[in-house]
Ligand binder design. Structure first.
Ligand SMILES: [Zn+2]
Length: 317
């Protein structure tokens, strides 16, 4: 019991699963080697954070860990007492049993490797159409020289300096199936940390986060977008450039187009399960902010010669 997983995540042991998850996600982002750099300190810290979350987010593992942690702190506080005061016979036997317990845990039994967790961000298009992403993950591998035993013929393994394992970056190509939902988990079996003493490897879990689109909305497979046009484009008609997921195309604006009018660009929506949506453009007439004197005088001229009063029928029943 050398690591305090609660301390690593900066929380108390009475925190909810949500709080544990939040603490983990904040720290995992902050200490991700892509962000915090590639130093050994960062890698160790990042590994510890993942290790802490792997234990504390799993009900059974957490209970086991909490029990061991309480027992350990009890045994340690008793051991400390013996240092300052002469031991009584009764206490001595307890301390001894604590020692036995720790010894028993170190027996070389096969242990499954830890699961590791990562996140991946996808755009709405990527999630709908499916894609392939590369993820750079820290992975623990057994030392090939000593096979994780840390010692060779009684002396410390020189290849791993007695650590028994190596932590390295590994690139994974992750296939994202079309139509994947937000918060889905992709499991890469056996790609977690290496098993110990012949135990099987852990798995890797990648949680998908679908980003909220910022520049458009969606309605099922349709993509909705508002496009501004000028008053003269609305009156005279125009050819304007509109960018879709298929690329930018030239779109005809008819003469006399009204504000709020919709244009459907067939087949330019989201592709999913062999179906394809449309892009629906809503036209918004916008007046350019900086009008020149000449433009203003032309608008004045327009006002003078205008024949139709568009508010004529406003109050008729
Ligand atoms: Zn080694």
């Amino acid at each position: 019991m050398t690591k305090d997983y609660y301390k690593i995540l900066g929380i108390t042991e009475f925190e909810s699963q949500d709080a544990i998850k939040n603490a983990y996600r904040k720290l995992a982002r902050k200490w991700h080697p892509d962000i915090a750099g590639n130093s050994e300190d960062v890698i160790i810290r990042f590994k510890e954070i993942n290790e802490a979350y792997e234990i504390l987010s799993n009900k059974i593992k957490k209970e086991e860990y909490d029990r061991a942690r309480r027992f350990y702190s009890y045994a340690t506080s008793n051991e400390n007492k013996f240092k300052s005061e002469p031991p009584k016979e009764e206490k001595k036997s307890f301390a001894f049993s604590g020692f036995n317990w720790k010894k028993a845990e170190q027996k070389p039994i096969p242990k499954r490797g830890e699961d590791i967790y990562s996140d991946i961000e996808l755009s709405v298009f990527e999630a709908a159409a499916g894609t392939t992403k590369t993820v750079n993950m820290l992975q623990t591998q057994l030392c090939p020289k000593c096979g994780g035993r840390k010692f060779i013929n009684g002396s410390i393994c020189k290849a791993c300096n007695g650590k028994g394992e190596f932590t390295n970056y590994k690139k994974f190509t992750v296939k994202i199936p079309a139509g994947i939902k937000d918060k889905s988990k992709i499991r890469l079996a056996g790609e977690g940390s290496a098993g110990i003493n012949g135990g099987v490897n852990g798995d890797m879990y990648i949680t998908v986060h679908i980003q909220e689109p910022k520049t458009y909305k969606t309605d099922g497979l349709n993509i909705l977008k508002t496009i501004p046009i000028t008053p003269y484009e609305a009156v005279l008609g125009a050819e304007i450039k509109i960018c879709t997921i298929k690329g930018c195309i030239s779109v005809k604006i008819n003469p006399n187009t009204q504000n709020g009018q919709k244009i459907r660009l067939a087949g330019c929506g989201i592709v999913q399960n062999n179906k394809v949506g449309d892009m629906i453009v809503t036209v918004e007439i916008k007046i350019p902010k900086q009008l020149s004197d000449e433009e203003i005088s032309l608008y004045k001229k327009l006002a003078e010669i205008s024949t139709e009063n568009i508010r004529d029928h406003l109050y008729e029943n």
